[in-house]
Design a protein around this ligand. Sequence first.
Ligand SMILES: [Zn+2]
Length: 564
Amino acid sequence: MRQSRLFLNTLRENPADADVVSHQLMIRAGYMRQLTAGVYSLLPLGYRVLSKIENIVRREMDAAGAQEVLLPAVQPEELWLQSGRRADYGNLMFSLKDRHDRPMVLGPTHEEVITSLIQNEIRSYRQLPVTLYQIQTKFRDEARPRAGLLRGREFRMKDAYSFDSSPEGLDESYHAMYDAYCRIFERMGVDYRAVDADPGAIGGKGGSHEFMVLSDAGEDTIAACTACTYAANVEKASAQPLPVADTSATPAKETVPTPNTKTIDDLVDVLDVRPEQIFKVVVYMADGQPVAACVRGDHEVNEVKLKNFLDVRQLELATADQVLKATGHPVGFVGPDTGLPIVFDPGVLSVADGVAASKDTGFHDIHVAPHRDFKVTKTADIRVVANGDLCPECGQPLAFHRGIEVGHVFKLGTKYSTPFHAAYLDENGKEQTILMGCYGLGTTRVLPAVIEQCHDDAGIVWPIAVAPYQVHIVPVSVRDEMQMKAAESLYHRFYAAGVEVLLDDRDERPGVKFADADLIGIPVRVTVGKRISDGDVELKLRKTGDVEVLSVEKAFEAVLGIVK
Ligand SMILES: [Zn+2]
């Protein structure tokens, strides 16, 4: 490609509304433009990168035995009522009416569509297993689209669905996809982790992993062991249980006045205690009913774990009014003994000499021992892991990372096949429900995720596998006949050798050309300048900045070596 003909405008300034690096760089380097909030046009360089990402995904899906299909984006809403997910998605779904006034939606995902397809097509165990995938545009009307393609309202995704006749078969299909994902991210050249995850809105209790590209721009936090391979989303992560305290020497309970103590910090000040001595009670509304959760004062309730433990559809923090109505106490004065159903995190048992809200508002009890001074009936791991926690597998310290979720694999089991009656006849002619898995990978999210990991102050630094072009030839002066002749000759030779090459044939100052080259981030640059009179060119690697002066012939060979 000749840069003089390339549809590309680079910008000097960061766009005012972009606060993450990948968003800034994709606009500045001319990879994309915004149409409206969370909706973008990909320009030639951006679309080339996306195509490369999708081709890597496609090759690995095919190699894993999955078959490509294309499902419709426009879906009848009734499919979503049948699965029971219409309410879960709420305003996140773009909904519309067709000309006959029938409610339709733009698909945010395709479990409903594929399960209804399978229900019609699969009859016998002989047709199983099968894994189908597509790469397609999805729609989610995010309340707060942010960070460019990292959270857009229209995006592309690879989604695969497996159908099996046995739990062992589902395990195999799941592992085939898991392994394919590892190969995909390795081939792309990014630093990623596969982490144990909460299945969330998609559902299914059999197992789930998220694939995270490590980056401070990520919205997710990962707890990963510093010694072994344990890694989990904080929504799911657990820690080694804290040792249970010996309360045999705890002094007798005393009640002390604590007016105006609304928070843990207030109590720490007034009573001169440590946060970890306090029994913190938080009141929630679980499907409309008040429920309390008790954790140590230095810990936070993990609402995902609590919701899963209670097995409810909706869990919300109770309002001040709801707390007062349910417990008779204002927020800050709810103790473990208020008559509400209560779940204790086992961490509370590590407190030997604690503090809890008293039966009377305006007072706290000190020298409180669990079991002795209040009943600990129901315990469950309901807290967020914290700094200082130890790995549940090996006991070494956990470390925390930010990550961008780029893939998610789930064992769905019969969550969708049951409501859609997706069944097959087994060897004995008996009807059985099909077991499903689903496997998503956000291809338009991978693009900025790679940039978050691969950039420097001057611009993007593409890994070669997903770069829009592999080599950038930059003649310093297009008015210099010798330089242009050498540049053109190299351009044609690279082209003939199957190397993806961009030739900067613009009549611009060298500073402008070099700044643009660094900004758009092609991995290898061949600069043709004055040294061409000695038959030499400069070979520069974008990633390291290393420059080598080589003969034209040696440079050509070196580039072939890097590319292949
Ligand atoms: Zn470990």
